[in-house]
Design a protein around this ligand. Structure first.
Ligand SMILES: NC(=O)c1ccc[n+]([C@@H]2O[C@H](COP(=O)([O-])OP(=O)(O)OC[C@H]3O[C@@H](n4cnc5c(N)ncnc54)[C@H](OP(=O)(O)O)[C@@H]3O)[C@@H](O)[C@H]2O)c1
Length: 332
């Protein structure tokens, strides 16, 4: 049994990780405010705001077999490293493929250049997420003399995705409200891909690689699939045969439809800019060599639908509303 500290644990991935670790018999402590959600039932909770001066007092004097840091705020990463690192055997920083400076080359590996780190006196905002994660990576390696594992996650998917990006297509296929407005690649664009890692597979990988003492950086990404294959998989998971209304991607800008995420969007669709040609096609070779096990996308999509049953047609954080779809269909 290992003694594990999760810096976070009240949001989606952190809670999934805590559940995986406690189910495996480990002793888990989660440190967070409790603002993002409840603390996992089987874990010990330390309720604290990491902006407060003595944020780590309750966990600093203890030995940890593994610390998993989920933050995106460099000052939080620095504070935890200063207070806790000395007594931590293994340290995982959950980073992101957003740290990479470019996304134009398919199959790019962990050695490709990263964004310049956010400066120590610069404030975190979502616009500098990649730079902030880059700063957290550098702080972690410096404080640990490189004895840390940087898990660069790609798009995380599965039941409970708070962003709606990975749940939209299977739930839309399961919804019988009318023709599904479906992306059709109509121009001289690069081929669109999707690369989703199931949150449960990512949690297992973090736990296993972290406890095994792996160090260095690793892309923890799903299998890269053409977008059309992923959309077919969503329909197969829903076991429906919905009418499809093909929507040319070249219309997005004129119609005020966003790619990727958010309201009035086509989730998972990438911007039609060749700079994104390698975005959902990162190399997974190192993660597979280090034991990443991934379930098929069909299983992820089926579980997303099962978790929402009976589906109420509620509006997700990403995708087209019924009104958006009607408007786009009327204009075509
Ligand atoms: N979603 C994706 O597709 C994706 C892709 C790549 C990488 N990632 C990374 O994957 C991880 C996802 O983690 P997650 O789902 O658990 O969500 P998260 O929102 O990134 O987790 C943040 C955790 O930090 C805690 N926290 C935030 N501010 C705090 C403060 N002032 N004091 C104490 N605790 C604080 C939050 O808890 P409280 O609010 O309760 O305090 C929460 O438990 C992140 O590292 C993210 O950057 C995500």
């Amino acid at each position: 049994m290992a003694n594990i500290l999760i810096l976070g644990g009240t949001a989606w991935l952190g809670r999934t990780l805590a559940q995986a670790a406690t189910s495996a018999g480990h002793s888990v402590t989660c440190l967070a405010r409790g603002a993002s959600g409840d603390f996992p039932v089987a874990a010990s909770g330390v309720v604290v705001d990491r902006d407060s001066p003595d944020a780590y007092a309750a966990v600093a004097g203890r030995e940890w077999d593994l610390v998993v840091e989920l933050t995106r705020i460099p000052s939080h990463a620095h504070g935890a490293l200063a207070a806790v690192s000395e007594r931590a055997r293994n340290w995982v920083f959950v980073s992101s493929c957003s740290v990479y400076a470019g996304h134009s080359t398919p199959e790019a590996d962990e050695d490709t250049p990263r964004l310049d780190p956010l400066g120590r006196d610069e404030r975190y905002t979502p616009e500098v997420y990649g730079e902030a994660k880059s700063a957290c990576e550098i702080a972690t390696l410096a404080a640990r003399d490189s004895a840390a594992l940087l898990i660069r996650a790609g798009l995380i998917g599965g039941p409970g995705d708070p962003t709606g990006r990975t749940t939209y297509w299977p739930l839309r296929a399961a919804d019988v409200r009318g023709p599904v407005v479906t992306p059709s690649d109509d121009g001289p664009h690069y081929p669109q891909h999707v690369q989703i890692i199931d949150v449960r597979d990512l949690a297992s990988f973090i736990l296993n690689a972290g406890l095994a003492g792996r160090t260095g950086a690793v892309n923890a990404v799903g299998a890269a699939l053409p977008l059309c294959e992923a959309l077919n998989t969503a329909r197969e998971a829903a076991n429906t045969n919905p009418q499809l209304a093909e929507y040319p991607l070249s219309r997005m800008a004129d119609d005020g439809v966003s790619p990727w995420s958010g309201p009035r969007s086509l989730p998972l669709v990438l911007p039609l800019d060749p700079d994104y040609a390698g975005f959902a096609r990162r190399s997974d070779a190192r993660a597979l060599a280090w034991g990443l096990v991934r379930r098929p996308l069909l299983e992820t999509f089926r579980d997303i639908i099962a978790a929402e049953e009976p589906w109420t047609g509620r509006q997700l954080g990403a995708g087209l509303s019924a009104g958006d779809e009607a408007e786009l269909l009327a204009a075509s």
